[in-house]
Ligand binder design. Structure first.
Ligand code: ACO
Length: 334
């Protein structure tokens, strides 16, 4: 195993205090708490305040991550915001975050890989630090999905929530904890565009600019073939995670934790059991947070680090799949 080039120096997250429970949804669509809990594991999700944009959530998470990394925004060499719910189509949400956190004129760009966005961002940051081009890179997953969910569609509205999670990465510099080299050990990323129609916001881009008719037809809202995504999620999360472990000559037994994208408790359970990893090693917050797309892994990681559950030197597998279909896995010693 080669020495890691980049490591996570600090993490942070933001979740709105506004809670939408399954009971609230029972009053909005034809659903039940029992159905949602049994099929998804979700009991409640957070909804961003009306005055918030995605960059506001990203900013709070980013400032927390900088504080825990003991760095200032001026130390950043690059800002990556993974999001499919940008503040505006142009410019990148990263440009707004750069201004709000008080960073310098470092490059700031968005990554559009939906739920896999944070893992993609981690890998991009790792490459820039590995090459020596950048020293400190901020990676944020931030989503304001409540603005693109069709709240009259029971097949999707029960799943999603808002939030942001962040990590500041810097050179690994041979740092160790409990005899292990801290840093990103391997990342594996994939996209299969033939599956794009399974999960889309079909309108509002250059292919179908938004019209009054398009809005009436809800083309600006999430459309999903849930079962198609479910099947491919279990298979691909397992295969990309296996590939990330194989590259290191490791197995599930070498992991301390799995920090999976919180899409559906049944997807997570199946993927983790196929990797041969016991359930006790699975980090979960889906019951409180729902599916926050690219924000889900960094929120869960930050909560787990702050609670002391995940400790320096622990080996963590992150894995995620979402629209694209894009998916990926990363093995990291935190
Ligand atoms: N409440 C009550 N009944 C419902 C609800 C609901 N909220 N939603 C669907 N149903 C009904 C359906 O209409 C269907 O009824 P029918 O049999 O009369 O036709 C029945 O429940 C079963 O529906 P299924 O779609 O088969 O339910 P399933 O067990 O597959 O669960 C779910 C649906 C939760 C969406 C699941 O397929 C899933 O989690 N898919 C993956 C989602 C995902 O991971 N997305 C990727 C990430 S998102 C991103 O990238 C932004």
């Amino acid at each position: 195993m080669s020495e890691p080039a980049a490591r996570i120096l600090g993490t942070g997250h933001y979740l709105s205090p506004i809670v939408r429970t399954n009971a609230d949804l029972e009053r909005m669509v034809d659903t039940s708490d029992a159905w949602i809990v049994e099929r998804t594991g979700i009991r409640e999700r957070r909804i961003a305040p009306a005055e918030f944009a995605t960059s506001d959530m990203a900013t709070i998470a980013a400032l927390q991550a900088l504080e825990s990394a003991e760095l200032s925004a001026k130390d950043l060499d690059m800002i990556l915001i993974a999001t499919v719910t940008p503040d505006t189509p142009m410019p990148a949400t990263a440009a707004f975050v750069q201004q709000k956190i008080g960073a310098g004129t470092c490059p700031a760009l968005d990554i559009s890989a939906a739920c896999a966005g944070f893992v993609f961002g981690l890998s991009v940051a790792d490459q820039f630090i590995r090459s020596g081009a950048m020293k400190h890179v901020l990676v944020v997953g931030a989503e304001l999905l409540s603005r693109v969910v069709d709240w009259s569609d029971r097949t999707t509205c029960v799943l999603f929530g808002d939030g942001a999670g962040a990590a500041v990465l810097g050179p690994a510099n041979g740092a160790t904890a409990r005899g292990r080299s801290r840093g990103i050990l391997s990342t594996k990323l994939f996209t299969d565009g033939s599956l794009a129609p399974a999960l889309m916001i079909p309108g509002g881009g250059s292919a179908r600019p938004m019209t009054r008719e398009g809005i009436d037809a809800k083309l600006n809202k999430i459309q999903m073939k849930g079962q198609d995504v479910f099947k491919v999620a279990v298979k691909n999360l397992q295969s990309s995670s296996q590939a990330a472990l194989d590259q290191l000559g490791m197995t599930g037994a070498d992991l301390d934790w799995i920090c999976p994208h919180q899409a559906n408790i049944r997807i997570i359970d199946l993927a983790v059991s196929r990797l041969g990893v016991p359930k006790e090693k699975m980090l979960v917050n889906i019951e409180r947070v729902g599916n926050t797309s690219s924000a889900s892994i960094p929120i869960l990681l930050d909560e787990s680090v702050r609670s002391g559950k995940v400790r320096p030197g622990d080996r963590v597998l992150m894995c995620a799949l979402g629209a694209g279909i894009s998916w990926g896995s990363a093995v990291v010693t935190v």
